[in-house]
Every structure is written in C-alpha cells, then in structure tokens.
Design a binder for this molecule. Structure first.
Ligand SMILES: NC(=O)c1ccc[n+]([C@@H]2O[C@H](COP(=O)([O-])OP(=O)(O)OC[C@H]3O[C@@H](n4cnc5c(N)ncnc54)[C@H](OP(=O)(O)O)[C@@H]3O)[C@@H](O)[C@H]2O)c1
Length: 313
C-alpha cells in the first residue's frame, strides 16, 4: 500500500512508519520541516504540492497536532485547537480534490473526548461525551471541544469515495525515549510513582503493538467507519496502574502525590495536570464487536512486556 502520514514525525508516526515499512508498505510522511528521505513538506494549513501524494495513495493516517504535553495556557490551547482542525480540514480538501482518492482516511482523535467519570466505562454507543462535568477546572471542557472540533473537521469533509474513521485513542504505551511510558517509568523507578490525588481516576491505555494492529485492522475492514475507541479493554484506577508499573520495574515503593505536588510535578514535566487527574474510563466497544482481539488486554502483562523492551533498547 501507498500510505501518507501527515504529522508522522512524532511518537505515533514513528511507531506506525516502522511497522508499516517493515511490512513492505510505501510510507510518506508530511512534515513542516522535512529532514528524512521519506518526509515531504507541508504547512498543515494550506493545499500545496504535497496534495499530489494523496492523489493515488491507498490510505491517509492524519496524526498532525500541536503536542498536548504542555501548560494549558490560552495560547497553547488555541494552537492545540487550530493545528488539529486546520490540518484535518486541509487533508479533507486534498482527498476531495484527488482524481484517485485513497480508500480510507484514518483521522486521529482522542479518548479525551469522553467525560471525566468513575461510575461506568465509556464505549462509543453509550459513552458520555465530556464538557458538562461539574467540579472540574473549566479549561478541561476546552480539551473536549478540541476533540469534537477535530472530529467535525473530518465529518464535514466531502470525500464520498473515501471511508472515514476517527481514532479515539487512549495513551499509547511504547518503549521509546520521551514517550509517556518512559516518563511514567522514570517516576516509578524514582519511587515517585504512587497515587496522584488519591489515585481513583481511571487510566486508559493501549500497548503500542495493539495500537498498530488496531490501525491495520481499521484499514483493512472496509465495512467499518466512524469513531472507534483505541484503548485496551481494561482501564484501571491510577493507583493500581502505577502499582503494576512499579511491580514490573521491581520498584515496590511509591510515594503518594497530593494534588499540589501534581501541579508542581506537571510544571516540572511541562505538561498539564489534566493529563494526570482526569478520569479516562474508555473501552473499545466497537473494535471488540468487530472481532478485534487484543494481544495485551491487561495492564500488568503489557507493562512487563514494555519494561522488557525498554531494558533491551
Ligand atoms: N501519543 C499518544 O498516546 C496519543 C493518544 C491519543 C491521541 N494522540 C494524538 O495523536 C497525534 C499524534 O500523537 P504523537 O504522540 O505522535 O504526537 P507528537 O509526537 O506530538 O507528534 C505530532 C505531530 O504533529 C505535527 N505538528 C505539531 N504541531 C503542528 C502544527 N501546528 N501544524 C501541523 N502539524 C503539527 C508534528 O510534525 P512536524 O513538527 O514534523 O510538522 C508532529 O510530528 C496527536 O495529535 C496526539 O494528540 C496521541
């Protein structure tokens, strides 16, 4: 297959490019500052020569968006919104203008679209979209608005010959340096990976190999369209999640972090406390219904596999 990955220079793009290239697919990445041989310039906002690559391709996987691992200042929130909506819109325009449009457009979205809740898991059919929760910081609603606007940009694109899938992904756990698993592992190994603000908030996650397999599954199954949750079927409370991670590293002590320590820690890590405190309880209802089987459905086994691969990197 000829695959085009806008925004494919980051964590997930690297994971997907390796996997798809190893399977013999021809992968082109769209980047604002291309460096590698398979990277082509675009600006994420306007049509340009890059659009010719989409014409005649088999699949587009759009991952572009300003990193969410930052302080949620008004300027950063605006950039998070604009980079996602504008890039999805222009990818849609390129597909619409193509004489030979791709068969499928997999558009990144996020599990953050669902509400902050503890009582029941969110699947695609009965899940509650976020934005109206009480007792949480007002700006949390904006992250949900970003996710909704991101999906709307894909829905509104007039691409009748291209199947559209929105991937509501949970945190992808991979052994790469600087990824979320790496950061959480460092905390766990320093004895800092205890419960955050009580640790009852759910963590949704997906193992990187299952992420790749789910992407490939959605690409192949031409009867599937619309939003899909890409998350392991067993999300778990943060305190249990970190306990299993400490156990996988053989680091049994985890100091608890109160909410203010989380604020401080998030500042030091240059990310936002929403990433740690929001309860994301998301399950892959549609993938399971479609017959997808996870290789790593439960966190303790997934964490052991990731620790083994991290030690060997
Ligand atoms: N990693 C996860 O666990 C996870 C989970 C759920 C959803 N997601 C979403 O999936 C997408 C990919 O994730 P990732 O972890 O690979 O992110 P990443 O490492 O931050 O990479 C995102 C890519 O977006 C491009 N980009 C950044 N700002 C942009 C802008 N203003 N305009 C156009 N492109 C821009 C960058 O490419 P260049 O700088 O080369 O142009 C970068 O390669 C993101 O949108 C993320 O929010 C990720």
């Amino acid at each position: 297959m000829k695959v085009v990955i806008p925004g494919g220079t980051g964590q997930l793009g690297t994971v997907l490019t390796h996997a798809l290239t190893a399977e013999g697919h021809d992968v082109v990445v769209l980047a604002r500052r291309p460096v590698r041989e398979n990277e082509v310039r675009w600006d994420g906002e306007t049509l340009g020569p890059w659009a010719e690559l989409i014409d005649g391709s088999d699949m587009v996987i759009n991952l572009a968006g300003r990193s969410v691992s930052c302080r949620y200042t008004p300027a950063n929130l605006r950039a998070m919104m604009d980079s996602r909506v504008h890039s999805a819109k222009v990818v849609g325009e390129a597909i619409a203008a193509a004489a030979r449009p791709p068969a499928v457009w997999l558009q990144m979205s996020t599990a953050t679209v669902y509400s902050h809740r503890f009582d029941a898991p969110n699947d695609e059919a009965s899940g509650v979209l976020g934005g109206a929760e009480s007792g949480v910081p007002g700006y949390w609603a904006y992250s949900v608005e970003i996710a909704k606007a991101w999906e709307r940009a894909q829905e509104r694109a007039e691409t009748p010959h291209t199947r559209k899938v929105a991937m509501r992904s949970a945190m992808v756990m991979s052994p790469d340096r600087g990824g979320v698993f790496d950061v959480l592992s460092k905390l766990a190994r320093l004895g800092l990976g205890g419960p955050v603000a009580g640790g009852a908030q759910y963590v949704s996650w997906i193992h990187d190999r299952d992420f790749v397999r789910a992407v490939e599954y959605l690409a192949e199954r031409d009867d599937l369209a619309g939003p899909f949750n890409l998350s392991a079927p067993h999300p778990l409370p943060q305190r249990t999640f970190m306990r299993a991670l400490r156990a996988a590293w053989g680091a049994p002590v985890g100091l608890p972090a109160t909410r203010w320590m989380t604020e401080l820690g998030a500042f030091v890590l240059r990310s936002d406390t929403e990433l740690l405190l929001k309860s994301r309880r998301v399950v892959p209802g549609r993938l399971l219904d479609a017959g997808f089987a996870f290789d790593h459905p439960r966190w303790p086994g997934a964490a052991e596999d990731l620790v083994r691969r991290t030690r060997g990197r």
